[in-house]
Write a protein that binds this ligand. Sequence first.
Ligand code: SF4
Ligand code: ZN
Ligand code: ZN
Length: 306
Amino acid sequence: MRKCAKCSEKGVIYLPQHRLALCKTHYLEWFENRVEKTVKTFSMFSKKDDILVAVSGGKDSLGVWHALWALGYKVDGLYINLGIGEYSELSEKKAKAFADKIGRKLHVVSLKENIADIPTLKELQDRPACSICGTLKRYYMNLTAKKLGYSVIVTGHNLDDECAVLMGNVLSWNIEYLVRQYPVLEEGNGFVRKVKPLCLVSEKESAMYAFLSGIDFVEDECPYSVGASSINYKLLMSKIEEESPGTKLRFYLEFIRKVRPMLAIKKDLHLRPCQVCGEPTTSDVCSVCRLRMRLENSKAEMRRDF
Ligand code: SF4
Ligand code: ZN
Ligand code: ZN
């Protein structure tokens, strides 16, 4: 390994796309500076905002929480327990231990207590677990942030996540989703502002930051992530990146800078409050309330059969 570009120490990481070798101290500093620059470039939030980080217990979400905390932002955490067996229990434990370590609050929302766990809902619906899970996470993140008075929700999506989504949307030319692919989703219509401060750091860089910061994160992936198409896209992008460092960053940033503005046709979503829970939706009753009704109907049917 080459020497650190900033001091005489031995480098612990080499960043090929930036042609930079750094020691532990300077890598942590580089990463936090990059996060801060991303926050400022996209005007995500300021030191006055009360920020809620959605944490899964993994390296990215605990890493972004740590970086923002180290940079002096007011950041608390939200853990949504999905009820996916041991994976969820261990993730909650690690998220709680991390919150205690940095002395910040961790709010916990249990899907089982609010509606039902993911395995139960997957059985009820003929939909992939990730699609149900995504809907519920978005719903409870927004609801909880509003209830507790947070003005911004942070998620731990990194450059690899964003590139995989971008690639999927490009392959199917999904213009509606492409327009929405931006590191900031503005507040309004009942939604709290949502931002992705890790969108310009790769998965490897994020993992290295979590590791070098001494964060105890969950290494296991969610059991439902196996076979997701995003994993294939990530592998493909990483192969290209290996051959040609900087491709991922270019692919994402050039889309944001050059292509997205050309697609940004204003589309009125006709959002209105859900007639049951009041959260924003495009239909009379939101998808979470419809899911809850379906669950109740199926329970009533089961009672009738016995
Ligand atoms: Fe939810 Fe799918 Fe992610 Fe598991 S892999 S946490 S089910 S979105
Ligand atoms: Zn150094
Ligand atoms: Zn509703």
